[in-house]
Design a protein around this ligand. Structure first.
Ligand code: HEC
Ligand code: HEC
Length: 215
């Protein structure tokens, strides 16, 4: 009798342990430090940014192939409320609130390793104009070349974000935020140079960037 009870208990505990384990692998619990970053990426972030980071809706920035250091920095800024642009705070503060440094690293590694999906290029005249601005800046307006920080093909570098393939509407929104507010302190170096961009410069440069195909 005693042995039977013992066996039942052992089985129950074993199945709990197994259940707990597979739940961790499918968990959406943003408050559980045991859940791996990759799991959260696939179970939670995917709802808006897509499972491979190639979001369709331009309200949600693409994360596929983004610089790992940049992703770590932004998630840390959302967690500490250092980045406070309206949609960043509305959507990302709650999500980042309890992430551990290790989960942030796992999320950043996962999305930085995803492949950027092929992109459709825009109007050729606009693309040419935007490419020239990106590569050379506009000395008359004291606009430094974007490529100097964001890389020759817009692939980014460390905490300088990748812009190649990013949604145009998202980038235009961020250019306004970076030029008119202090909601992204780490982007303070962008402020003076974005001031020199006209609205049509912004459209041209982001049309070029959105259409850069994966390499
Ligand atoms: C409910 C939708 C939603 C979910 C879920 C979500 N995000 Fe976001 N995320 C957004 C929005 C909207 C923005 C853009 C905010 C803005 O315009 O500043 C954003 C911005 C970001 C950025 C900044 C990108 C850049 O180019 O600067 C990163 C990084 C990010 N999210 C990572 C994540 C990760 C990692 C997860 C999962 C743990 C996640 N997001 C889950 C909606 C979401
Ligand atoms: C001196 C370096 C530097 C130059 C030059 C520069 N940027 Fe940036 N840019 C940054 C940094 C740093 C950030 C990230 C700010 C942050 O972490 O919040 C950024 C962010 C951005 C973003 C937001 C990306 C995102 O995913 O949220 C866009 C869009 C952008 N830059 C476009 C441009 C364009 C267009 C030019 C040229 C007209 C340019 N940048 C020139 C440093 C630079």
């Amino acid at each position: 009798m005693k042995t039977a009870l013992y066996t039942t208990l052992t089985l129950a505990i074993a199945s709990l342990a197994i259940g707990g384990c597979s739940n961790l692998e499918r968990s959406r619990d943003l408050g559980n430090p045991q859940v791996q970053g990759k799991t959260l990426a696939m179970q939670v972030c995917s709802n808006c940014h897509s499972v491979d980071g190639n979001s369709i809706n331009p309200n949600f920035p693409k994360l596929a192939g983004q610089q790992e250091d940049y992703l770590v920095a932004q998630l840390t800024y959302f967690r500490s409320h250092n980045r406070s642009d309206p949609e960043g705070s509305e959507y990302m503060w709650g999500i980042a609130r309890k992430l551990t440094d290790e989960q942030i690293k796992g999320l950043a590694t996962y999305f930085s390793q995803q492949k950027d999906a092929p992109n459709v290029t825009g109007d050729p005249a606009l693309v040419a104009e935007g490419k020239a601005l990106f590569e050379n800046g506009n000395p008359k307006e004291e606009v430094a070349a974007c490529a100097g920080c964001h890389g020759a093909q817009g692939m980014g570098n460390g905490t300088f974000p990748r812009l190649a393939g990013q949604h145009k509407d998202y980038m235009i929104k961020q250019l306004h935020i970076l030029s008119q507010t202090d909601q992204r302190p780490a982007g303070a170096m962008m402020k003076p140079l974005v001031h020199g961009l006209t609205p049509s410069d912004m459209i041209a440069v982001t049309t070029y960037l959105q259409g850069i195909s994966p390499q």
